[in-house]
Structure formats: structure tokens, C-alpha cells
Design a protein. Structure first.
Ligand code: NAD
Ligand code: UDP
Ligand code: UDP
Length: 319
């Protein structure tokens, strides 16, 4: 095993038993870090990290980040927060608490330990954007009282806290704005579009396209995203972000549905459903900054990433 920089770091990953967190823990263990994975299992699960349990460098702890946490660490990746609209709207007050109180506790922990802290922020801070593609200097168009606000405004407030701790206490921070990411270990009933469409296609059920399906998203394969996380964390303390991380290839939801039907060889048909309130009409990251700073670029095209994700869903839920 090759250790980076010749020594290992103690890394805390909150939300580490979730979709992105489990991939991140895996990569950190592979490169020789000591990982403390903290999760309350709201949307994550122990099985996502079960393959890491045998490693002496991996530790798993049930904990809710809205409560204080006293541990020693060199780096923190703060990912704890439900990410799918279905899950974050299930208990919206808890979603805001997780984003805001969770950020305060993890920032307090970083301040006490001197750790560098990474925040999993989101393209949702741009809301239903009037600037396209979205670059980091766009301030966004978010409805502060709508059903998505618990997530969008929670994440915006977390960004504010990160930058205030940075200015006030000189804390090294890394704020990444993540765009729609998909891959193995997404929860099958997670409600997000990629997992919904794949599960529906594999079951031969109708594919639920919301609205006309002309709204767009840009989908990043999980391995590419985690690569971006690690590169960003390894930059010097002068690089705080915010930094967009995502794949700029943009597709309509209808195009995604048709591609998934083709790749699964499904007989499913497309069924229209009402468009949810405040659903962003378009989304595509401008990744000029990430390209320059990290020498990073997503490599996995949608078709390849979907094939790998479909294989995972088939193996785990249909074999
Ligand atoms: P996920 O739901 O699979 O993972 C979130 C994890 O956080 C879960 O394991 C969940 O149990 C845990 N969690 C939730 N509330 C918690 C709490 N109060 N205390 C401790 N743990 C808690 O979602 P994901 O896709 O892996 O997203 C991870 C992070 O990345 C989230 O912060 C999300 O907002 C952000 N993000 C993800 C995407 C994406 O497309 N996947 C896009 C933008 C931002
Ligand atoms: N905190 C924590 N772990 C630590 C240090 C602090 O969870 O190791 C929490 C603590 O409960 C506090 C929050 O982080 O509520 C913010 O800490 P900070 O030092 O900024 O504020 P203060 O303790 O002065 O309110
Ligand atoms: N969507 C859809 N059918 C579904 C789930 C989602 O048409 O079964 C649409 C949704 O309205 C949105 C897009 O797909 O326009 C992405 O939705 P998702 O919940 O994955 O993420 P987000 O809206 O947070 O980008």
C-alpha cells in the first residue's frame, strides 16, 4: 500500500456510511490514512462500509452531528446530511439542524484540534439558477421558504459558518459545491433520479419522468468526484473555495430516461408525473477553477458510469 506524503493522517468522515462517504472512506483507507467514520444511519448503512471493518485503520461510530463530538483528528470531511429531496424533506427541521448545528460542532472540533475541514456543499446553493452554467461567483436563486429550503438554505448557512470560522479563527477550510453524483451504493429507494430510473427499468416498471423531462442535470460518476475531494483537501491552506465539483456534460431528464432504458434493455415505458415545486430547470457546473487548481477533470462518461451503476443494482437487488 502506498502512503501519501510518507505519513498517515487521522481523518474524520461524517456521513461516512452514506453513498459518497463510503467511497471516500474506502479511498482514504487505500492510501493509508486512519479513518473514523461517524454516522447516525439515517440514510446510510453499516453494510456500505462493511468491507472496511477488517482494516485496523478503520473505525465506525454511531453519532448524530447535531450533538458535540470530542475526538482527535487531523482532517475532517463533513458529509453528514441527507442528499435526496425525498429524504431531506421527510424531516425538514432535522435537515436544517444537521446542516447548521452539524457545521457548528464540526467547526468547533476543527478549531480545537487545528484540523483542516472540508464541507460537502452543493449546487443547490445556486437554486433555480438564472446564470448558466453556474460558476462559483454566482450567488444563486433560492426560495427561502419553499420545500427545498431546509436543504438549500441549510447548506448556504453552513457555507457562511465555514467562511466566518475561516476569517475569524484562521481555520483552514475547503468548501466544495458538489453537483449531481451517482454510482454504486446509492440507496435503491433513495428517490434521486438515477437510482429511481435504474430500479424502475430493472423491474420493468414505468419510468417516472417529472414534468416534461426537459429540465437538465449534469451527472458525475462517484470515482471522479472523490478524486476531486482528495485533490482539493491536499491543496494549501490558501485555497478555501468555494469550488464546483461535477461533470459539465449536461443531459435532459428525458435523455437520461431513454439512455437507462437502452442500457438495461428494459421494456419500461415513460410515465409523466407533476414537476415538484421549485425544481431547478437547468444545472451545469463551470469547472474552470477546479481544472486549474486541481488539474482535475471528470473522466467517466455518463454511459460508462451508468453501466457500472446498473451492474451494481443488478447484482445487489436482482440476482
Ligand atoms: P447519503 O444520504 O447517502 O449520505 C449522507 C450520510 O449522512 C448518510 O450516511 C446519513 O445517514 C448521514 N447523516 C445524515 N444526517 C446525519 C446526522 N445528523 N448525523 C450523522 N450522520 C448523518 O448522501 P450522499 O449522496 O452520500 O451525500 C453526502 C453529502 O454530499 C451530503 O452532505 C450531501 O448534501 C452532499 N452532496 C451530495 C450530492 C450527490 O449528488 N450525491 C450532491 C451535492 C451535495
Ligand atoms: N465542539 C465539538 N467538539 C469539539 C469542540 C467543540 O463538538 O472538540 C462543539 C461545541 O459543542 C460547540 C461548537 O462545537 O458548541 C462550537 O465550538 P466553538 O469553540 O466555536 O464555540 P463555543 O464552544 O465557544 O460555543
Ligand atoms: N426526477 C424525475 N423522476 C424521478 C426523480 C427525479 O424526473 O423519479 C427529476 C427531478 O424532478 C429533477 C431531476 O430529476 O428535475 C433530478 O432529481 P434528483 O432528485 O435526482 O436531484 P436534484 O433535483 O436534487 O438535482
Amino acid at each position: 500500500m502506498v502512503k501519501h506524503r510518507g505519513y498517515s493522517q487521522r481523518v474524520l468522515v461524517t456521513g461516512g456510511a452514506g453513498f459518497l462517504g463510503s467511497h471516500l472512506c474506502e479511498r482514504l483507507i487505500e492510501r493509508g490514512d486512519e479513518v473514523l467514520c461517524v454516522d447516525n444511519y439515517f440514510t446510510g448503512a453499516r453494510r456500505n462500509v462493511a468491507h472496511l471493518m477488517a482494516s485496523p485503520n478503520f473505525e465506525l461510530m454511531r453519532h448524530d452531528v447535531t450533538f458535540p463530538l470530542y475526538v482527535e483528528t487531523d482532517r475532517i470531511f463533513n458529509l453528514a446530511c441527507p442528499a435526496s429531496p425525498v429524504h431531506y424533506q421527510y424531516d425538514p427541521v432535522q435537515t436544517t439542524k444537521t446542516s447548521v448545528h452539524g457545521a457548528i460542532n464540526m467547526l468547533g472540533l476543527a478549531k480545537r484540534t487545528g484540523a483542516t475541514i472540508f464541507q460537502a456543499s452543493t449546487s443547490e446553493v445556486y437554486g433555480d439558477p438564472s446564470v448558466h452554467p453556474q460558476s462559483e461567483d454566482y450567488w444563486g436563486n433560492v426560495n427561502p421558504i419553499g420545500p427545498r429550503a431546509c436543504y438549500d438554505e441549510g447548506k448556504r448557512c453552513a457555507e457562511t459558518l465555514f467562511f466566518d470560522y475561516h476569517r475569524q479563527y484562521k481555520l483552514p477550510i475547503k468548501v466544495a459545491r458538489i453537483f449531481n453524483t451517482y454510482g454504486p451504493r446509492m440507496h435503491p429507494s433513495d428517490g434521486r433520479v438515477v437510482s429511481n430510473f435504474i430500479m424502475q427499468a430493472l423491474k420493468g416498471e414505468p419510468i417516472t419522468v417529472y414534468g416534461e423531462g426537459q429540465q437538465t442535470r449534469s451527472f458525475c460518476y462517484v470515482d471522479d468526484l472523490i478524486d476531486g475531494f482528495l485533490r482539493f483537501m491536499d491543496t494549501g491552506p490558501e485555497h478555501s473555495g468555494p469550488l464546483n465539483l461535477g461533470n459539465p456534460a449536461e443531459f435532459t431528464i428525458l435523455e437520461l430516461a431513454e439512455l437507462i432504458i437502452e442500457l438495461t434493455g428494459s421494456t419500461s415505458t415513460i410515465q409523466r408525473h407533476p414537476l415538484p415545486q421549485d425544481d431547478p430547470r437547468q444545472r451545469r457546473p463551470d469547472i474552470t477553477k477546479a481544472r486549474a487548481l486541481l488539474d482535475w477533470e471528470p473522466r467517466v462518461p455518463l454511459r460508462d458510469g451508468l453501466e457500472r451503476t446498473i451492474a451494481y443494482f443488478r447484482k445487489n437487488f436482482f440476482d
